[in-house]
Design a protein around this ligand. Structure first.
Ligand SMILES: *[C@@H]1O[C@H](CO)[C@@H](O)[C@H](O)[C@H]1NC(C)=O
Ligand SMILES: *[C@@H]1O[C@H](CO)[C@@H](O)[C@H](O)[C@H]1NC(C)=O
Ligand SMILES: *[C@@H]1O[C@H](CO)[C@@H](O)[C@H](O)[C@H]1NC(C)=O
Ligand SMILES: *[C@@H]1O[C@H](CO)[C@@H](O)[C@H](O)[C@H]1NC(C)=O
Ligand SMILES: *[C@@H]1O[C@H](CO)[C@@H](O)[C@H](O)[C@H]1NC(C)=O
Ligand SMILES: *[C@@H]1O[C@H](CO)[C@@H](O)[C@H](O)[C@H]1NC(C)=O
Ligand SMILES: *[C@@H]1O[C@H](CO)[C@@H](O)[C@H](O)[C@H]1NC(C)=O
Ligand SMILES: *[C@@H]1O[C@H](CO)[C@@H](O)[C@H](O)[C@H]1NC(C)=O
Ligand SMILES: *[C@@H]1O[C@H](CO)[C@@H](O)[C@H](O)[C@H]1NC(C)=O
Ligand SMILES: CC(=O)N[C@H]1CO[C@H](CO)[C@@H](O)[C@@H]1O
Length: 457
């Protein structure tokens, strides 16, 4: 408002426009195109470096992380100084989908080269000088195209995994034998170059909690594969022992918290990998971890959480008598997470006859558990249209606490109002007579204190 009033305002207004223009100019300069490295061209989400006279040595970097995150396509061709793709080179290009590096001196690709590029789909590495490539470089990716024609790939075990490659050109891919002779990779067979297999025993683990179990993983393949166990975060005490092509995983005093846990044995060598897994099925008696006060949300719900395997059967008691379930009262499990079933006893429009002590019984063949909670289904306080017979019902032995409190509150408020009013009248009287009487100021203090004592009582 003040900007437009008076000469001073006009000056500020002009200054504002200049600032805005400057900002726009800066914004224009910040556009991706302008931040493109000298020897490359950038259009939208693509970087392309094809200047053969002045070769780049590594992937270009843009000015900001945000710009690099926008890039989905990098195209590099005819670069005589481009030799390797190292561990961190592509870290900032997190959304990269297409990568072409062709007709360069590329000889080395790190196994971690694409660890930050989970979206990489199309990889064209034609016409480089790659002699070998590990499958581990691509283990976490979902590559649709891997083009490798025109590389002096050697006929060695490390490249044998390419035989199984589903890429379109796999059949035509050639490799170079020691003498220099070229062979179709698809027909290559090498001694001592065998894909791993793995067997895990037992194949099913169903056991009671507190017992011990030993899992045995056996692998074959050459070169000798390495074995690894991957498990959920185990609560049971565990140890593994490794010897040659065998590995043992021993679980002691198995915890019910590990029920459903998946245990995997993975085996890998340069030709590829294999794995086998088993799910722990741990039997244990029911445990009710939570039984909470009734809450109202369309219907009333008495929420509970419990565990047990096999899944416990549930029933309820109201004041010690079995609750008959039906359309208006029923138990429902809503969710199974972190080893626990979460559910509700649903009550449709409960009345005072539903008030009382609710006991949840959970049982399976290994034992049972029970927990109880008191539930009072009440109308909203201060609702004049309802005269709840509950408070006059002689059959109800325990008084509903909430409503009693409400009545006390009413008495208290009315009492305080009455006392304040009396105090006010008394004060007027004292002020009127006090000026020329013996009561004085002391009288006022005395009278003011007396009603407060009545309230406290
Ligand atoms: C990234 O792309 C989005 C959508 O195309 C665009 O709005 C945004 O300005 C770009 N960010 C950078 C830093 O270029
Ligand atoms: C790379 O160089 C070859 C021959 O030198 C040429 O035919 C090709 O068009 C060039 N590629 C690009 C993308 O410039
Ligand atoms: C990636 O490359 C493929 C094959 O050349 C092409 O069809 C696709 O449009 C490219 N995708 C992007 C995002 O550039
Ligand atoms: C794979 O290629 C790299 C880079 O050229 C080389 O250092 C390494 O010795 C090769 N590995 C094998 C097994 O030939
Ligand atoms: C892998 O890519 C293919 C096609 O590119 C797609 O259909 C599939 O869903 C992808 N799989 C995963 C796990 O991303
Ligand atoms: C489980 O192993 C522990 C330690 O090796 C041992 O003390 C315990 O007796 C074993 N329990 C059973 C049920 O075999
Ligand atoms: C492991 O597997 C190999 C081949 O599958 C088999 O010959 C060997 O007997 C197995 N060893 C054990 C201890 O099961
Ligand atoms: C087994 O574990 C439970 C807790 O998970 C513990 O209370 C019990 O003492 C343990 N038993 C043995 C023999 O270590
Ligand atoms: C009073 O209770 C009745 C019956 O439970 C309900 O329909 C009505 O909406 C309530 N009124 C208010 C003001 O809460
Ligand atoms: C990723 C991982 O845990 N690798 C391990 C697999 O097992 C071998 C020994 O068998 C370890 O050396 C690796 O570190």
């Amino acid at each position: 408002m003040s900007l437009l009033s008076g000469g001073f305002g006009m000056a500020r207004w002009g200054f504002g426009w200049a600032l805005l223009l400057l900002l726009l100019l800066l914004l224009a300069l910040w556009r991706p195109g302008a931040a493109c490295p000298e020897l490359c061209t950038c259009t939208g989400a693509r970087i392309s470096c094809v200047d053969a006279k002045h070769s780049i040595m590594a992937f270009p970097m843009l000015q900001s992380e945000a710009e690099m995150e926008n890039i989905t396509d990098i195209y590099i061709a005819n670069q005589s100084s481009f030799k390797s793709i190292n561990e961190k080179d592509l870290d900032s290009y997190r959304n990269l989908r297409n990568l072409t590096v062709t007709n360069t001196r590329l000889a080395y690709i790190s196994r971690q080269a694409f660890q930050s590029n989970p979206k990489l789909q199309y990889l064209n590495l034609k016409e480089n000088i790659l002699s070998n490539l590990s499958w581990r470089t691509f283990r976490h990716l979902n590559i649709s195209y891997l083009l490798l024609a025109g590389n002096p790939l050697q006929c060695i075990c490390e490249n044998v995994w390419l035989k199984q490659w589903r890429g379109e050109e796999a059949e035509d891919l050639l490799c170079v034998e020691e003498g220099g002779k070229r062979t179709a990779l698809s027909t290559l067979t090498l001694p001592n170059c065998v894909l791993p297999t793995v067997t895990l025993k037992p194949t099913k683990v169903t056991m009671q909690k507190g017992l011990n179990v030993t899992l045995m993983c056996n692998t074959s393949g050459t070169p000798t594969p390495t074995l690894n166990w991957t498990t959920c975060k185990l609560n049971s005490k565990n140890e593994h022992e490794h010897s040659g092509q065998m590995s043992e995983l021993r679980l002691v005093n198995v915890s019910s918290l590990d029920n459903g846990c998946k245990i995997t044995c993975r085996s890998e060598n340069m030709v590829g990998e294999a794995e086998a897994s088993v799910d722990l099925d741990i039997l244990f008696p029911p445990v009710i971890s939570k039984l909470m006060d009734a809450v109202s949300d369309h219907h009333w719900c008495i929420p509970f959480s419990m565990s047990g395997n096999p899944e416990p059967k549930l029933s309820w008691l109201l004041n010690g008598k079995p609750v008959e379930e039906g359309p208006f009262i029923r138990t429902m499990i809503h969710d199974y997470s972190e080893g626990e079933y979460h559910g509700c006893l649903h009550l449709d429009s409960p009345t005072h006859i539903n008030n009382g002590k609710y006991t949840l019984l959970a049982s399976n063949k290994y034992g049972e558990d029970r927990k109880a909670v008191f539930a009072h289904f009440m109308h909203e306080p201060w609702n004049e249209s309802v005269t709840d017979p509950l408070y006059y019902d002689p059959t109800t032995d325990d008084t509903p606490i909430g409503q009693t409190e409400d009545k006390v509150a009413v008495y208290l408020v009315v009492g305080i109002a009455a006392v304040t009013f009396t105090g006010f009248i008394l004060m007027l009287v004292i002020l009127k007579f006090g000026r020329n009487s013996k009561f004085g100021i002391k009288g006022f203090v005395l009278f003011h204190n007396v009603p407060v004592e009545i309230v406290a009582r």
